[in-house]
Design a protein around this ligand. Structure first.
Ligand SMILES: [Fe+2]
Ligand SMILES: [Fe+2]
Length: 177
């Protein structure tokens, strides 16, 4: 296998791992009776699952082998209510670097179709890093005082949904959820 499709296969695992981590964070907030924060991360989990399935569809369309990988267990214990969002922000920054590396690899192998496919992921990462750092600011401000302010804010404002370029999103294998 060329290095680029092999690396796309690895990214499928990372997107599924991100999805599992967001489910774990959603369940943590649900357990703390913070339903808006929980809902936010349940939605993010579905988005990450869709990213994985877009990569699967890309490999299928390219006639490349697809290996659906297992994922490591996510972190489920957090020291306070802002820790999950800090972890999520780190995760999004890491994924941004991973996608940038994939673009580099596509260029090295002169795979212009592969590079063009990844452009949507680059703008998606810009949006996700920005919305996650906004959420971290909010949650850090409220942790230790009143997290219900974050709940109220999330109920009124669609954090992470404004400007999401879903219209031009690549097709997901089996359809996006
Ligand atoms: Fe993702
Ligand atoms: Fe993400």
């Amino acid at each position: 296998m060329r290095r680029f499709p092999a690396a796309v296969n690895e990214q499928i695992g990372r997107e599924f791992a991100a999805s599992q981590q967001y489910i774990a964070i959603a369940v943590y907030y649900d357990g703390e009776t913070l339903p808006q924060l929980a809902a936010h991360f349940y939605r993010q989990a579905v988005e990450e699952r869709n990213h994985a399935m877009m990569l699967v569809q890309y490999l299928l369309d390219s006639g490349e082998p697809v290996e659906i990988p297992g994922v490591d267990a996510p972190k489920t214990v957090f020291e306070d209510a802002s820790a999950p969002v800090a972890l999520a922000l780190e995760q999004e920054k890491t994924v941004t670097q991973q996608i940038a590396k994939l673009v580099e690899l596509a260029r090295e192998e002169n795979d212009l179709v592969g590079e063009q496919f990844l452009h949507w992921f680059l703008s998606e990462q810009r949006e996700e890093v920005a919305s996650m750092s906004a959420l971290l600011t909010l949650v850090q401000r409220a942790t230790g005082s009143n997290l219900l302010l974050v709940e109220e804010y999330l109920a009124r404002t669609a954090v992470g949904e404004q400007g999401a370029p879903e219209a031009g999103a690549p097709a997901a294998a089996g359809g996006a959820l």
